[in-house]
Design a protein around this ligand. Sequence first.
Ligand SMILES: [Zn+2]
Length: 138
Amino acid sequence: MRNIKFIVIHCTATPPLTPVSAIQNYWRTQLHWKNPGYHYILPADGTVQRLLDEELIANGVRGHNDVCIHVSYIGGVDEDNNPRDTRTLAQKTALYYMVCLLREKYPAAVVQGHRDFAGVHKACPSFDVKDWLKEFVP
Ligand SMILES: [Zn+2]
């Protein structure tokens, strides 16, 4: 099994209704990636789609991918492409469900946003993951 140290939350930085296929197509044709950017992607309707086996390495955070599981919701920008938390209630629920599931599987892993890695100059996932998780712990 891979030594997972981080469960990383992302946004796709696309409009919230962007189809998964369009995002996959971008990775393949524009970035020439063999593997997807994330293991799981969450459309606005609250479904969860697995894009890659957890044992394989996705392209979520350069330099850290060998120790990460990547989970992304679709959205994360407003009409002018500025960072905004566009998560629907269904997406928030699905995201929390994935965090619980992965935490159980990788108890030693830290859950954090893409932007929480040192040296990352991105807004991804357009919300504060640690603050959000506090809502669930009384
Ligand atoms: Zn990201």
